[in-house]
Ligand binder design. Structure first.
Ligand SMILES: *Cc1c(COP(=O)(O)O)cnc(C)c1O
Length: 303
């Protein structure tokens, strides 16, 4: 019962594809798409890179993890549980959700066998504190479970994401990724070669993420690694928020490039790259790699 289980076999390294887009070409910038969304049909994108080492560490124990009502991480964990025959418990932010019909994302988790446990927002906010965590696990009857933190980001996950950087060594100058918890960026930056840098686009409002990323690297490697920065201007109001402008951008990108654009994260990162290129942030001759960390959910209709 490890990540080498046939049900979890990944497509790695993930494909790297050149795209022709005049918004980059006229600034002498080359755009590549790093298709992490193709790593695995159900543990999509960075979720495979972060979960696989944790599934190995859990060694078949039940898993408990945390997320919001639309969490890609909860869905990936639930799918992993079904594929491996491992029980999963999802601690969901928002007690009020317990009394409503499940949204499609949580319904998918439940259909995959995840037991959902709803907690109020204040408890959820304090879930990393040992006493609050213990109380949540007790109430969720998950005291024996292997705990994967929110978004799947812990030291194992960060080390797992170094492979993303290693796969891109020598292939791009700047590698962009959308950030939730920052775990993927922390590992990506550590895996890149000299002269390369990682650019994170946070999708949450807040300005706390740089400190979180330093902490995650400290936990994973005992020291800071790699060259990275954040551009905090492209959250579009915060997590799961969007604007008509962002929706139009994502629709257009899908049409131009035949890429299904995940809206919570990937759309904001791609928008940021176009905006930064138009601002002249990248010298002519720069090769950008945009990490496609996910796929839309629910899947868009075919055709
Ligand atoms: C979870 C997720 C992210 C954020 O990853 P972090 O490691 O939490 O920063 C980015 N993109 C997609 C599509 C995701 O599902």
């Amino acid at each position: 019962m490890t990540s080498l289980d046939p049900a979890l076999r990944p497509r790695l390294p993930s494909p790297l594809r050149d795209v022709a887009d005049d918004r980059f070409e006229r600034h002498g910038v080359r755009l590549l798409l790093k298709r992490d969304d193709l790593i695995h049909p159900e543990l999509i994108g960075n979720k495979w890179r972060k979960l696989a080492p944790n599934l190995e560490a859990a060694a078949g124990r039940p898993l408990v993890t945390f997320g919001g009502a639309y969490s890609n991480h909860l869905r990936a964990t639930a799918a992993a549980g079904r594929l491996l025959g491992v029980p999963t418990v999802g601690v969901v932010r928002g007690q009020e959700l317990a009394d409503r019909p499940l949204n499609p994302s949580l319904a998918r988790c439940a259909a995959d066998g995840m037991r959902l446990h709803f907690v109020d927002r204040s408890t959820y906010r304090h879930k990393a504190e040992p006493e609050t965590l213990a109380a949540i696990l007790r109430a969720a009857r998950a005291e024996e479970a292997y705990v994967v933190p929110e978004g799947g980001s812990n030291a194992e996950a960060v080390r797992g994401c170094t492979a993303l950087g290693a796969e891109l060594r020598g292939l791009a100058d700047v590698v962009a990724v959308a950030c939730g918890t920052g775990g993927t960026l922390a590992g990506l930056a550590a895996g890149l070669g000299t002269g390369q840098r990682a650019l994170g686009v946070p999708v949450l409002k807040g300005g706390f993420l740089a400190a979180d990323i330093r902490r995650l690297q400290e936990a994973a490697f005992g020291e800071p690694r790699g060259t990275w920065s954040l551009d905090e201007r492209f959250h579009f109001g915060g997590y799961a928020r969007t604007t008509p402008q962002l929706d139009a951008f994502a629709d257009d990108f899908e049409q131009r490039h035949g890429l299904p654009v995940e809206r919570l994260y990937v759309a904001k990162m791609l928008y940021a790259l176009v905006a930064l290129t138009e601002e002249g942030a990248f010298p002519r001759g720069t090769t950008l790699a945009a990490t496609v960390t996910g796929r839309p959910f629910p899947a868009p209709p075919a055709g």
